[in-house]
Design a protein around this ligand. Structure first.
Ligand SMILES: Nc1ncnc2c1ncn2[C@@H]1O[C@H](COP(=O)(O)OP(=O)(O)OP(=O)(O)O)[C@@H](O)[C@H]1O
Ligand SMILES: [Mg+2]
Length: 320
């Protein structure tokens, strides 16, 4: 495949309801209950849909990103959207966007502090739905990604998916837990749980095996969901659709960071839906692009040369 064929020329909208500023800090040894001095390693505008948008920009797609942003950290996001040439359609909110902290000690131990995040009010949610409607009408695919902030109930989330489904051709939802349960009832065109998320969905307290996962995915397809891509980390992924099940192995690559691999996969699948790729090609491209993402330190960025080389290495086989 040449570079022209792997670029996505479609307009895609990503929705990140609960973004976060990710601050990475370093300290020698963390002393709980004491004053600890830290060094800032990085502060990045993060969130699953935002990461999907960044990867889509690397593929030269036309991308709009929406969701909620509030408080002083919003400026950091706005700057990042400008740099990345992402059309910023975020709704300003009263409460502050969360800041998540990862603290690294010399020993390599990592402590995470996760902020609860803002509560969104009715008027803010209504503004979001209106924006999604407008953007979806201009988009080939809408990707709704990540967790949901306070103030939004199951019915609200359902409405968001419904609006996107009516206004545009393809809708992908990448979320987990209760929100995945709600999303599935709205029968999106594609969901992309990882093995853990799919196990939780099944209601299993252990990690579900391949057969169990594939059987559940077929049950969802029979009920009207388009495709289910189950990502298996370094093992690769499955795709289940009406016409069958395919499995692809992840290529062996020099891994720099796997943060954002799932989001790179969603970026690829958003373009594939718009291009009406076959399930086998969708899976092949998604595995290659997410492996290319693993090869860069930077979250949500790929080098197109890596991607096009990997595309020829990924083998996908039909398993039933
Ligand atoms: N070490 C790796 N080498 C090559 N490819 C990888 C590696 N880790 C992940 N991938 C690719 O990325 C895809 C998505 O990864 P994973 O299953 O970890 O997603 P996820 O759990 O949704 O991640 P995220 O935290 O980004 O949401 C995998 O299906 C695989 O194709
Ligand atoms: Mg994920």
């Amino acid at each position: 495949m040449n570079i022209q064929q792997i670029r996505g020329q479609k307009m895609i909208t990503t929705v990140t309801l609960n973004p976060a500023l990710d601050r990475l800090l370093q300290t020698d040894t963390l002393a709980p209950g004491e004053t600890n001095r830290t060094r800032l390693l990085s502060a990045a505008a993060a969130g699953k849909g935002i990461d999907v948008a960044k990867v889509l920009r690397d593929l030269h797609c036309d991308v709009a990103a929406t969701g909620f942003l509030g408080g002083p950290v919003a400026d950091i996001f706005v700057r990042s959207f400008k740099e990345e040439q992402i059309d910023n359609q975020f709704i300003p909110i009263q409460q502050a966007t969360r800041t998540n902290i990862q603290l690294f000690e010399k020993s390599g131990r990592r402590t995470e502090l996760l902020d609860n995040g803002p509560t969104v009010d009715r008027a803010e949610y209504a503004a979001l739905l209106e924006t999604v409607q407008t953007l979806a009408e201009k988009s080939d695919t809408v990707a709704i990604c990540g967790s949901v902030p306070g103030g939004i109930g199951a019915e609200d989330f359902r409405r968001l998916i419904r609006i996107a489904r009516h206004a545009c051709k393809y809708v992908i939802v990448d979320t987990s837990g209760k929100w995945l349960q709600v999303a599935v009832e709205e029968k999106p065109d594609l969901i992309k749980p990882n093995r853990r998320e799919m196990s939780d969905f099944i209601g299993s307290d252990r990690v579900a095996g391949d057969e169990e996962i594939i059987a559940e995915a077929h049950r969802l397809v029979d009920r009207g969901l388009g495709h289910i891509v189950v990502s298996l980390g370094g093992e690769g992924a499955f795709i289940v659709g009406k016409s069958g099940t395919w499995r692809g192995k992840a290529p062996k690559v020099p891994v720099k960071s796997t943060v954002g691999c799932g989001d790179a996969m969603v970026a690829s699948l958003s373009v594939s839906l718009a291009k009406q790729d076959t399930p086998a090609i969708m899976l092949q491209k998604a595995i290659a692009l997410s492996a290319a993402e693993a090869m860069t330190f930077e979250t949500a960025h790929v080098i197109l040369g890596d991607y096009s080389r990997l595309l020829n290495q990924v083998q996908v086989e039909k398993i039933n």
